[in-house]
Design a protein around this ligand. Structure first.
Ligand code: ADP
Ligand code: MG
Length: 228
């Protein structure tokens, strides 16, 4: 089963040069891969097309074999529940506790409070944050804040997690720790697509790597080739 497919996707922003040109690739369910490339290569645009904050100019994006062109209006919110997103700046609500932040996607989809609390506790435990549930985000270290962001993105067990430079603000040890957490997700049914230009980290992880260059997908490197 494919969780994600880009079919000859081109994206032009109004007035600008093309951000993506004829990009095609497929992600299998249970796969973890990276997207890399220079600044302006089109990495964030690629994620925005998956999350439906942008639409392709030409070509199609398929999610779980469904053309996202057909996902419009109220269905967009339903689609986003199946795609967890992690950003460089974790975007936590600073006036809500860690637990409340993580519970948000569950409350929005209508889970009962008691069910939500149970899930929140369990995911915080996995992230090594079981003792921080009542804390405010500002009372946490940068690495802890990022882990809360990840907990919030995966608490509803999305089919796909997308992360845009999630370790950009972290030192190498914390970055490796975050990547280890990501690498555990495919076994739990969540595929993972991470944008990163940290080459050392990419080599260390030994996963598939897509390389964008001026909007074109110029390479698709398998883990075996990376090991050489
Ligand atoms: N909202 C936008 N409007 C116009 N141009 C944009 C917009 N977002 C991105 N771009 C342009 O599209 C190209 C790709 O950007 P982006 O996807 O953010 O690249 P990356 O994440 O790899 O740095 C860049 O040339 C950028 O300036
Ligand atoms: Mg970007």
């Amino acid at each position: 089963m494919s969780v994600l497919r880009f079919d000859n996707v081109t994206k032009h922003y109004a007035g600008g040069h093309p951000a993506l040109v004829d990009v095609s690739f497929e992600v299998a369910a249970g796969e973890m891969l990276f997207v890399t490339g220079h600044s302006g290569a089109g990495k964030s645009t690629l994620l925005k097309l998956i999350h439906l904050s942008e639409r392709p100019t030409r070509g199609a994006v398929l999610f779980a074999e469904r053309n996202l062109l057909k996902v419009r209006g109220g269905k967009v919110a339903l689609h986003r529940r199946q795609v967890g997103a992690v950003y460089q700046d974790h975007r936590l609500l600073t006036d809500r506790s860690v637990g409340e932040n993580v519970a948000l996607p569950l409350i929005l989809r209508g889970d009962r409070r008691a069910d939500a609390d149970k899930r929140v506790r369990s995911v915080l435990e996995r992230m090594g944050l079981g003792h921080r549930e009542k804390a405010l985000p500002t009372q946490l270290s940068a690495g802890e804040q990022q882990r809360v962001g990840i907990a919030r993105a995966i608490v509803a067990e999305p089919r796909l997690l997308v992360a845009d430079e999630p370790t950009g603000n972290l030192d190498p040890a914390l970055a490796a720790e975050i990547m280890t957490l990501f690498a555990e997700l495919p076994a739990r049914g969540t595929s993972v697509l991470v944008v990163s230009h940290d080459l050392a980290l990419l080599k260390q992880m030994r996963k598939r790597v897509l390389i964008l260059d001026h909007g074109r997908l110029v390479d698709d490197i398998s883990p075996q080739d990376l090991a050489e």
